[in-house]
Design a protein around this ligand. Structure first.
Ligand SMILES: [Mn+2]
Length: 301
């Protein structure tokens, strides 16, 4: 039995990848089960409803298990006891992380917009049938990760995959499908500052210290106008409680690709020079992976 596990603070790709990779392993005749390391967000909830799919079981310990990692290869994003598990496979679209394996394993890591684009191609290469429900999960994850093809992480392979998957899924009105997905993605109503920071928070070891960078995708920055102070206070609290050198959250307007960065911590001084009237705007920044984090790495180095 292989447990398929996405990263901590699961996003839609992470959850859909666990479900889809489980389907792929099953098609290979291997017993597998999807698990998740945290609560699902509203967009993922929307996707699972549209696809009529089950939420993977919540499970944060994998000691003694055989596992596949989907949508990451960093220890920081893996279950805490991953060292006591046997990693048999990785499907991902991020830079290669720091996990180590004892035995040879299967790794599918492509520079595309979404893990589900890699999984889609695995289905094709291996000649497995893609059911409409699985197609819906895959195309939703791709549209989520690429923000409806707008992200600089989006490649032709992602677009080709969605075109084929939409046909299998019977989705004829792709524009409405994307619109509904993005509405769910940017729905933050009623969330507290801590929940917003936590929503899509990623930890990065950097220069011997720990850094966290979250991202909140919005339809307009006005959605968080009243919460700036509370968000900054939450970042400060995280630095104090967890000894972080830097904690930030990217507030991204996905309609204009404008990101406001809130940040705290010992290393915060390094960024002050980029502020205008006390506000740090990152122009044309939609992707944390391709734009936000690389820029931060250069500035914090
Ligand atoms: Mn992803």
């Amino acid at each position: 039995m292989i447990l398929v596990v996405g990263h901590k603070n699961p996003d839609s790709d992470s959850i859909c990848s666990a479900l889809v990779a489980t389907e792929l392993l099953t098609a290979r005749g291997v017993e597998a089960k999807p698990i998740r390391q945290g609560e699902i967000n509203r967009e993922t909830q929307h996707i699972l409803e549209v696809a009529d799919a089950q939420v993977p079981e919540l499970r944060t310990s994998v000691a003694g298990e055989k596992i596949w990692l989907v949508d990451y290869s960093d220890l920081a994003q893996a279950p805490d006891d991953v060292a006591d598990a046997e990693i048999l496979g990785i499907v991902d679209h991020h830079r290669l992380g720091d996990v180590m394996t004892v035995n040879p394993m299967e790794a599918w890591i492509w520079p595309v917009g979404c893990t589900n684009t890699v999984l889609f191609n695995m289905f094709k290469i291996e000649g497995h049938e893609i059911k409409p429900q699985i197609a819906k999960l895959m195309m939703s994850a791709i549209l989520s990760d690429t923000v409806g093809f707008a992200s600089p992480t989006c490649t032709q392979k992602d677009k080709d995959a969605v075109a084929e998957l939409a046909e299998i899924a019977g989705v004829t009105d792709l524009d409405t499908f994307i619109k509904d997905l993005l509405i769910a993605k940017t729905d933050i109503e009623g969330l507290s500052a801590a929940e917003l920071v936590e929503k899509d928070l990623k930890g990065y070891p950097f220069n011997g210290r720990d850094v966290v960078v979250g991202q909140v995708e919005l339809a307009t920055l006005e959605q968080v106008d009243d919460m700036i102070e509370a968000l900054e206070a939450d970042l400060e609290r995280r630095c104090a409680e967890q000894g972080l050198a830097f904690a930030a959250v990217m507030l991204t307007d996905i309609t204009t690709a404008q990101t406001r960065l809130l940040y705290k911590g010992e290393w915060a001084d390094k960024l002050v020079k980029h502020e205008k009237d006390g506000v740090l705007m990152m122009e044309n920044t939609l992707s944390r992976k391709k734009q936000g984090w690389p820029w931060l790495q250069a500035e914090l180095a």
